[in-house]
Design a protein around this ligand. Structure first.
Ligand code: HEC
Length: 306
């Protein structure tokens, strides 16, 4: 009798422990492991809905396993049945407490899901906080190096351009532009080619890193845009980056939504901080590509105020 009872409790307790371990693993151990695999600078937690699905799947797995054998299922359910019947000693007491607490917990969770949490701010959000913000200071006065390339940058470009012959491989050679004849190319044509290549690279980087939020067509309607309370900016709107000097855009891309002054953050901005993910060059290239693709120019200060 005692052996049966201890075996019964073992199945129940083992299942419970395994379940808690699975939960703790997904919640606390997975984010640093994902961080190490992806090589990012921050932990990567599992999104809430996905987490819920994993737990549902784990629960289903438990019951598939337990119900594959009638005896195991009976053993697993035995402590619950005993508790319902008012037996089971200390287990019985624990179960009774659980029976009261569980519905209360579920009730609270449902209440918590539906109760409105966001208080609409009384003042409008300032989309373009000034660069007097402390985390903007290191960016004041920076210039996009790709707009005015130095002779060294152009020389390096020519070398790389001729090295990476895009006509090799499976591409249609006739459809490709002729190779670069650096001797016959005048400086302005070379600069134009350099700028165009930079834009092509920037465009690819944009589609890879920014499209999900800001949209393929820069209209702020990327596939995940609607999941945020504070929507990603539509660059095609002339009231956004067209009103900013380029260094301000570089600051916003580098530092993201973190650390913005209160006036700019009644809702937290999900705009990521890109300075740890993308090199300075890549950030400038993306900015150049965005302006080119929306057909606008960065704002130029009309006069320098002392
Ligand atoms: C996770 C979604 C998301 C991604 C990915 C994202 N952004 Fe944003 N971005 C936002 C949101 C939301 C805002 C508006 C809130 C704010 O200004 O912080 C924003 C604002 C901006 C602004 C400020 C515009 C202005 O008018 O003040 C710039 C510039 C910007 N993003 C550029 C980029 C670039 C470049 C990338 C890719 C390297 C990128 N964003 C990737 C969500 C995102």
């Amino acid at each position: 009798m005692t052996t049966t009872h201890s075996k019964r409790s073992r199945i129940f307790v083992n299942s419970l422990v395994l379940y808690v371990v699975a939960f703790l693993f997904l919640k606390f151990a997975f984010p640093p492991i994902a961080k190490a695999i992806a090589g990012t600078s921050v932990n990567l937690p599992i999104p809430g809905t996905l987490f819920l699905w994993y737990m549902i799947l784990i629960t289903a797995c438990f019951f598939v396993y337990l119900s594959s054998n009638e005896k195991d299922l009976a053993d697993f359910l035995a402590p619950v049945v005993e508790a319902i019947r008012g037996k089971g000693g200390i287990h019985g007491v624990i179960f009774k407490i659980a029976f009261v607490c569980l519905p209360l917990l579920v009730g609270y969770e449902i209440y918590d899901c539906f109760v409105p949490k966001v208080v609409v701010p009384s003042s409008t959000r300032q989309q373009h906080p000034g660069m007097s913000n402390p985390n903007a200071v290191p960016y004041v006065g920076l210039k996009n190096p790709f707009r005015d390339p130095t002779p060294e940058m152009l020389a390096a470009f020519v070398e790389k351009y001729n090295e990476e012959d895009p006509r090799e491989g499976e591409m249609d050679i006739d459809a490709m532009p002729p190779r670069l004849d650096t001797d016959s190319l005048d400086p302005s044509a070379l600069k134009e080619l350099f700028v165009n290549e930079t834009i092509v690279e920037g465009r690819q980087l944009y589609q890879k890193n920014c499209r999900a939020c800001h949209g393929t067509g820069h209209d702020g309607a990327g596939p995940v845009a609607k999941t945020f309370k504070l929507r990603p900016v539509a660059f095609t709107d002339p009231g956004t980056i067209a009103t900013l000097v380029e260094e301000a855009v570089f600051w916003r891309v580098s530092e993201g939504g973190i650390g913005l002054p209160d006036i700019a953050t009644p809702w937290d901005s999900p705009m990521p901080k890109w300075k740890d993910e993308l090199t300075e060059e890549d950030r400038w290239k993306i900015i150049m590509a965005i302006y080119s693709d929306i057909g606008m120019e960065p704002r130029v200060l009309e006069m320098k105020v002392n």
